[in-house]
Write a protein that binds this ligand. Structure first.
Ligand SMILES: *[C@@H]1O[C@H](CO)[C@@H](O)[C@H](O)[C@H]1NC(C)=O
Ligand SMILES: *[C@@H]1O[C@H](CO)[C@@H](O)[C@H](O)[C@H]1NC(C)=O
Length: 265
């Protein structure tokens, strides 16, 4: 009897998955069901009392963008097993009207239900919006396996990935911050590409000064070296904005942004 208990305990300890709060497959189910929901207009299952925002404003999910079936041309998701959260980027240039959407979804601690969905919804008239361009450049990056899974032994830690994103944001308020720029590096800002896709593209092209980037909410996925951050761009009431970073060997290689509203020059 005692022996059975001991054996059971040891096995349970060995089998326990690190400190992960949610499993990858639970999170993958959520992002798959979210993409299906947005392309069919049928809502995904939510925990009771789930929170829903569009461009950082509380909104009614039953009349929101999720109830509109969209023609989606490209989707990519991050899965954060520690924070029990996901991020999905949807590019829909062939929808009428065209959209580029980013959604952070947070789950209940057991990973089974959606606790909140926060979406940034960009369309014609938003800052640098051009969904055709967003799709084109995303596909160019796919051709270079730009956002593929990184072999386990080469992955950066969550801390390194998040620190690279934070350094980038901090630069907008303090030009002495050292940002870990990689090469090549490209910024896809709305539908505008800062490079040409060449091996020498640089992201270190200068940024404005005096812009604080606050209310940072992270979804980190070490398997693809990525972090998406929802922020207010330009102080507490600044534009709702998503920055999705690809980090390799601690250095920034790609940044995808979507920004709701207009930014004054
Ligand atoms: C989302 O992306 C996956 C893999 O990239 C693809 O298999 C799937 O068809 C896409 N879904 C939609 C609705 O575009
Ligand atoms: C949008 O992007 C596409 C692809 O890069 C480009 O051909 C087109 O000129 C852009 N449209 C505008 C209005 O900038």
């Amino acid at each position: 009897m005692l022996r059975t208990i001991l054996v059971t305990t040891v096995c349970a300890t060995l089998a326990a998955p690190s400190l992960a709060a949610c499993t990858l497959s639970q999170l993958q189910d959520i992002t798959a069901s979210y993409v299906t929901a947005q392309s069919s207009g049928k809502l995904p299952a939510l925990a009771s009392g789930a929170a829903y925002t569009e461009n950082f404003q509380a909104a009614d999910i039953s009349t929101g963008v999720l109830t509109k079936p969209l023609v989606i041309s490209h989707n990519r998701s991050l899965h954060d097993t520690v924070a029990c959260a996901t991020f999905t980027e949807l590019i829909a240039p062939n929808n009428s009207p065209p959209y580029v959407l980013g959604s952070q979804i947070r789950l209940t601690d057991d990973g089974t239900k959606i606790k909140s969905i926060d979406s940034i919804i960009t369309t014609n008239g938003d800052w640098l919006f051009n969904a055709t361009g967003t799709l084109y450049w995303s596909q160019q990056e796919d051709l270079k396996a730009g956002w593929e899974v990184i072999p386990e032994e080469k992955r950066d830690t969550r801390e390194v990935i998040q620190a690279a994103a934070d350094a980038y944001f901090d630069l907008f308020d303090d030009h002495s911050v050292v940002v870990p720029w990689g090469t090549p590096c490209d910024r896809l800002e709305g539908g505008l590409y800062t490079g040409t896709g060449s091996e020498t593209d640089s992201c270190n092209l200068g940024v404005p000064d005096g812009i604080s980037i606050v209310n940072r909410r992270y979804v980190v996925d070490e398997t693809v070296g990525s972090v998406d951050v929802f922020v207010n761009f330009g102080g507490a009431s600044g534009n709702p904005d998503s920055h999705n970073f690809r980090i390799v060997d601690g250095k920034i290689r790609y940044v995808h942004t979507m920004t709701f509203g207009q930014i004054e020059d």
